[in-house]
Design a protein around this ligand. Structure first.
Ligand SMILES: [Fe+2]
Ligand SMILES: [Fe+2]
Length: 315
């Protein structure tokens, strides 16, 4: 009992001093579960997030655009892998996590359940979706769980490349024909509100925020991050020459922030609980990839076992 108290006190003090909790450290079960849930959802989002843009790789308009898009989508696969590895340090099993994802038992970001209708969507995803991801993820570089925080440092560097490639693509299209400019505006109209939903429900309705903030797993609330994203994005939209589809969007000099309209939270709840435009397709594609990859996993495991046996025989 005394030993247990000492461990709990050490945990609390580590958090208080802004130091990191490492895999070998004692941590409360609820902390482990909360970080694991967040890291797993984040990993799933990276992997599912490959689909909407991946769909455009074969239809990219030039070799240069194809190379950029390929690199970007591969980065997202890498992000998923770092994060599954971080989940494993908490006792999560990657196979089990994948199975929970394809069974619909674990969530991923609602944003990836919207379709990509034109190539402008690739640019808008880079600008808005990766932009929102950066707002969410930069503070996570200081998350109290060490492996998660370290994974985020590397991921954030790549996310800023993603955002810039998106913005550069949109800039190019905006300098093009009227049809291209219309395509960009249409994509902005469709992605703006779902991007604001990426920060999660309003603080008053967010079930996990308070405890995650106390444990410094999260460093800012959903509404704070959403506001930061809006403030950052409005001047970028002006520079680009597109209109954000919100008649209530205006600078509020008293608050020193942009005011903006109400997000359609019914839509958010529908999409996050499985009833968005592409949820079924995303899960079906992920399930097929998992099943078709079974032989690769089996072959790799058999090869590793053979090498281990040979090494043992040689020794
Ligand atoms: Fe990513
Ligand atoms: Fe990204």
């Amino acid at each position: 009992m005394a030993e247990q108290n000492a461990l709990a006190e050490h945990f609390e003090r580590t958090i208080e001093r802004d130091q990191r909790i490492e895999p070998r450290d004692w941590m409360p079960d609820a902390y482990r579960k909360t970080v694991l849930r967040q890291v797993a959802q984040h990993a799933h989002s990276e992997i599912i997030g490959m689909q909407p843009e991946g769909a455009w790789i074969t239809r990219a308009p030039s070799l240069r655009r194809k190379a950029i898009l390929l690199a970007k989508v591969q980065d997202e696969a890498g992000h998923g892998l770092y994060l599954y590895a971080a989940a494993e340090t908490l006792g999560g099993d990657r196979m089990e996590l994948t199975e929970r994802l394809i069974a619909g038992a674990q969530k991923y970001s609602s944003i990836f359940n919207y379709p990509t209708l034109t190539f402008a969507d690739v640019g808008v995803i880079g600008w808005l979706v990766d932009g929102a991801a950066i707002c969410n993820q930069v503070p996570l570089c200081r998350s109290s769980y060490g492996p998660y925080a370290r994974a985020m440092i590397r991921i954030c560097k790549e996310e800023s490349f993603h955002q810039r490639q998106g913005y550069e693509l949109l800039m190019t299209m905006m300098r093009g024909t009227d049809a291209q400019r219309e395509m960009v505006q249409d994509a902005v109209n469709r992605w703006w509100w779902p991007s604001l939903m990426m920060f999660g429900p309003p603080d008053a309705e967010s079930t996990h925020t308070a405890q995650s903030m106390a444990w410094k797993i999260k460093r800012h609330t959903n509404d704070e991050l959403r506001q930061r994203f809006v403030d950052m994005t409005v001047p970028q939209a002006e520079a680009l020459g597109v209109t954000l589809p919100d008649p209530d969007l205006r600078w509020n000099p008293e608050r020193g922030h942009y005011d903006f309209g109400e997000v359609d939270w019914d839509e958010f709840r529908r999409v996050i609980s499985g009833d968005g435009p592409c949820n079924a397709e995303r899960i079906a594609v992920r399930r097929a990839a998992h099943e078709e990859g079974a032989w690769v996993r089996e072959a790799a495991a058999a090869h590793a076992a053979k090498r281990a046996r040979r090494a043992k025989e040689a020794a």
